[in-house]
Design a protein around this ligand. Structure first.
Ligand SMILES: Nc1ncnc2c1ncn2[C@@H]1O[C@H](COP(=O)(O)OP(=O)(O)OP(=O)(O)O)[C@@H](O)[C@H]1O
Ligand SMILES: [Mg+2]
Length: 273
């Protein structure tokens, strides 16, 4: 795990809570994430091409597409693990900061869960979840422990709090990673293929936690090929190919009536698995 990734989903500036909809209802006006005309290259490779994407508060957007289409790069751009070449990205109405304290605040607003859980192996589950709030958000130890236990309860593993990551299954570790990210009180959560490294029988326990989060009003951008989750939780499916957003539609429309040949071809491949 890099320093950047430790900071991911970190720092002060927790979203004010609004009791109206659910625990994660983000207050404020306008969309939570706006990506406008974003371009990025890796050397000669044009990896993001004129990307436009709007994610409203409390909305779940699933990003799907072939390997190498730029899905991870898009996620990493949104919390500035990757700089972009042109265009704008706004989180809660503000452009992405370049560096320093403002960048730490952005990372606190944008939580990220990766395919590999990246837990600290020499720290207990509880310590993994309290570390960020105590170190970065300067939360008191007692408060951090209380919050962490509530989150571990929420993801169904409070009874594992004193264990070490290696003593947990992959699905349990990924749920810890989600709790750890939530402990920073992000406004939006990015998930990059959170279940693709898991054994099949553990996929659902992680998707269930994510479905609950969606139901509770968390704004989420989720890279996944889990169509059941997309149908159940997503407002919108975005299909990427070759660095472009080729289609953007409701899950129902996208899965039953894909318009582009690229999407039809892609879906025929994943559906036959
Ligand atoms: N740091 C990097 N340096 C150079 N090229 C990169 C870098 N990261 C990604 N790429 C390239 O950019 C393209 C998009 O990669 P990205 O990881 O965003 O794709 P993806 O859609 O997430 O793919 P996958 O489904 O395999 O995870 C790929 O061709 C990849 O090889
Ligand atoms: Mg990827």
């Amino acid at each position: 795990m890099t320093d950047n990734e430790v900071g991911s989903g970190a720092a002060e500036g927790a979203a004010p809570q609004d009791a109206s909809d659910g625990p994660f209802d983000a207050t404020g006006a306008g969309p939570l994430v706006v990506v406008e005309n974003v371009n990025k290259h890796f050397g000669d490779l044009h990896v993001l091409r004129d990307i436009d994407l709007t994610v409203n508060r409390g909305e779940v957007v699933v990003v799907i597409g072939p390997s190498g289409s730029g899905k991870s790069t898009l996620c990493r751009s949104i919390n500035r693990l990757e700089p972009i070449d042109s265009g704008t990205i706004l989180v809660d109405g503000k452009p992405l900061p370049q560096e320093g304290k403002d960048l730490a605040r952005l990372r606190s607003d944008v939580g990220m869960v990766f395919q590999s859980f990246n837990l600290f192996s020499h720290k207990t589950i509880l310590e993994n979840v309290t570390l960020g709030p105590v170190k970065v958000r300067k939360q008191g130890k007692a408060e951090a422990v209380k919050n962490a236990m509530a989150l571990l309860e929420r993801v169904g593993i409070a009874d594992q709090a004193s264990k070490y990551p290696a003593q947990l299954s992959g699905g349990q570790q990924q749920r810890v990673a989600i709790a750890r990210s939530l402990a920073m009180k992000p406004k939006v959560m990015l998930f990059d293929e959170p279940t693709s490294a898991l054994d099949p029988e553990m996929i659902n326990e992680v998707l269930d936690v994510m479905t609950d989060l969606a139901r509770d009003g968390m704004t989420m951008i989720v890279v996944t090929h889990e169509m059941g989750f997309a149908r159940k939780a997503a407002k919108k499916v975005v299909f990427m190919a070759d660095g472009q957003i080729v289609e953007s539609n409701t899950p129902e429309e996208f899965f039953t009536n894909p318009r582009s040949d690229r999407a039809k071809d892609f879906l025929s491949k994943i559906l036959t698995h």
